[in-house]
Design a protein around this ligand. Structure first.
Ligand code: GLU
Length: 479
């Protein structure tokens, strides 16, 4: 069976990592069966509507490679895909229920409803609107809410993640279908749209689980076949037992992009947050995810967000792109992440720098902090040498002497390449009797004054003879 899934976000802000799985999993399921994923914008809560949020959602999906088959921009047979533009349809469906005696126009003023609520609180009984249903509801007219006329009863259903569920009649109520402002509630609009769009799998956050019996009652009232219901557990904050929210630093997905996380890594990490295929595999391409994903392996308890793991996955992906697609392909992703001074150098030089440092990057923005000395002379900081744990045992005279010997040996190199550089350093070690950690640290720090650099011979090869010798000479003079 071809699956028709949907991602149905409300444009109330950016998509953060706590809710993007509701887009990833529908995408995977749709593509497994050669079906389709629909993007539907649920913008009926006009008070929570945020200008620009739809564009952010589209941007996020496109970046992650989660293209939708129907929806805004691409169109499709179910247009329009903004619920705010489908108001007439919801009213039509609600009126069908009124005609069938399964919904009613509700003229009760809100003060009266508050009174009912207080009454129940005083009596310590749960407030159920169906106990206060108006006896002779009027004809519907604009400005009046329409409520469902529920039939309280027990329900059983299967949730693809949560398993077999059952509830008693106490959870059924006369939920609002159409609000006073003429817009439908989420509870109603999604039932209508899922039916109109022939959705086969409703995949959404677990927060909708408690309302499911009311949705089942609506399917029944309309004589609809229930779609498969898939409740996705919360993603938990790094500590504690609460769900990841914007306050716990749940950044927008695109902020990670701007911080140098690759789309492939983000998709990989998020898809595996609370799902695995039963093997030890941790790195998946989108195609592999499509092939291997299955609903029954979604964990039914919350998965914890772990940024360290995300960055590890990103590091793996940076390597994978370099190793499988080449330096140029990775370089093309790095354009916004170089230190400013890199602009003065050729693309070829930047690619050479990238080629010796890529396997140390956790994010592309590490390039900013890790490669400065390839493009600018580093600030001399003699203490970094004299206080270095390997070098502090040496006197200043010994350090100066060692540097000078290094300069002489390196100047003699005919062919300046990684191999000859390594050979020269090795000979120098034998000749001076110094430990590798001493000689290599001294040369490395003198060239970079950075806490880290790639393999020394590679660093020197890229820096070139002139820059290498000039920097070493400068340090030798300053010790
Ligand atoms: N508009 C709902 C939300 O953003 C979507 C729930 C659903 O997928 O049905 O939470």
């Amino acid at each position: 069976m071809k699956a028709i899934t949907r991602f149905a976000p409300s444009p109330t802000g950016y998509i953060h990592i706590g809710n993007v799985r509701s887009a990833i999993y529908p995408y995977l399921v749709a593509h497994q069966t050669d079906g389709k994923m629909i993007l539907r914008i649920e913008d009926t809560d006009r008070e929570r509507y945020v200008e620009g949020a739809t564009e952010l959602i589209e941007d996020t999906l496109k970046w992650l490679g989660l293209d939708w088959d129907e929806g805004p921009i691409v169109g499709g047979p179910n247009e329009p895909y903004f619920q705010s533009e489908r108001k007439d349809l919801y009213l039509e469906w609600a009126q069908k229920l009124i005609a069938a005696g399964r919904a009613y126009a509700d003229p009760t003023p809100s003060e009266k409803i508050d009174e009912y609520r207080r009454e129940c609180a005083e009596k310590k009984v749960p407030f159920l609107y169906r106990n206060f249903r108006p006896e002779n509801p009027p004809e519907w007219e604009p400005g009046m809410p329409i409520r469902f006329k529920t039939i309280p009863k027990a329900y059983e259903w299967h949730d693809e993640v949560m398993g077999d569920m059952h509830t008693g009649p106490e959870v059924l109520d006369d939920i609002i279908l159409i609000k006073k402002d003429g817009y439908p509630t989420y509870n109603f609009a999604h039932i209508v749209d899922d039916a109109e769009m022939n959705i086969t799998h409703v995949m959404r956050g677990v927060e909708y689980l408690s309302s499911t019996p009311n949705y089942l009652a609506l399917y029944e009232a309309f004589g609809l076949v229930r779609p498969k219901l898939v409740s996705l557990p919360h993603i938990l904050a790094p500590t504690g037992n609460k769900k990841l929210g914007k306050r716990d630093g749940a950044k927008s997905v695109t902020e990670y992009r701007d911080d140098g996380v690759l789309a492939e890594a983000m998709l990989n990490y998020l898809a595996c947050l609370g799902w695995n295929d039963g093997t030890e595999q941790e790195i998946y391409t989108k195609e592999e995810l499509i092939e291997k994903f299955s609903l029954d392996r979604i964990q039914n308890s919350g998965a914890r967000y772990d940024e360290t793991k995300l960055l590890w996955v990103n590091g793996q992906w940076i390597r994978r792109i370099f190793d499988t697609q080449g330096a140029r392909a990775l370089y093309d992703r790095t354009v916004n992440f170089w230190p400013e001074a890199a602009a003065n150098f050729s693309e070829d030089y930047r690619i050479r720098v990238l080629s010796i440092i890529y396997d140390r990057l956790k994010t592309l923005s590490d390039l900013k902090t890790m490669t400065g000395y390839f493009f600018e002379e580093p600030e001399l900081d003699v203490k970094m040498i004299t206080e270095n744990k390997f070098l502090k045992k040496l006197s200043e005279a010994e350090i100066e002497d060692l540097l000078k010997k290094a300069i002489v040996a390196l100047s003699d190199i005919q062919d300046w390449n990684a191999e000859s550089l390594q050979e020269t350093l090795n000979n120098l070690l034998a000749e001076t009797g110094k430990k590798p950690a001493e000689l290599f640290s001294l040369v490395r720090i003198s060239l970079s004054f950075a806490p880290f650099s790639p393999a020394l011979n590679l660093t020197m090869e890229v820096l070139g003879r002139e820059v290498t010798l000039a920097r070493l000479n400068k340090v030798a003079r300053s010790i």
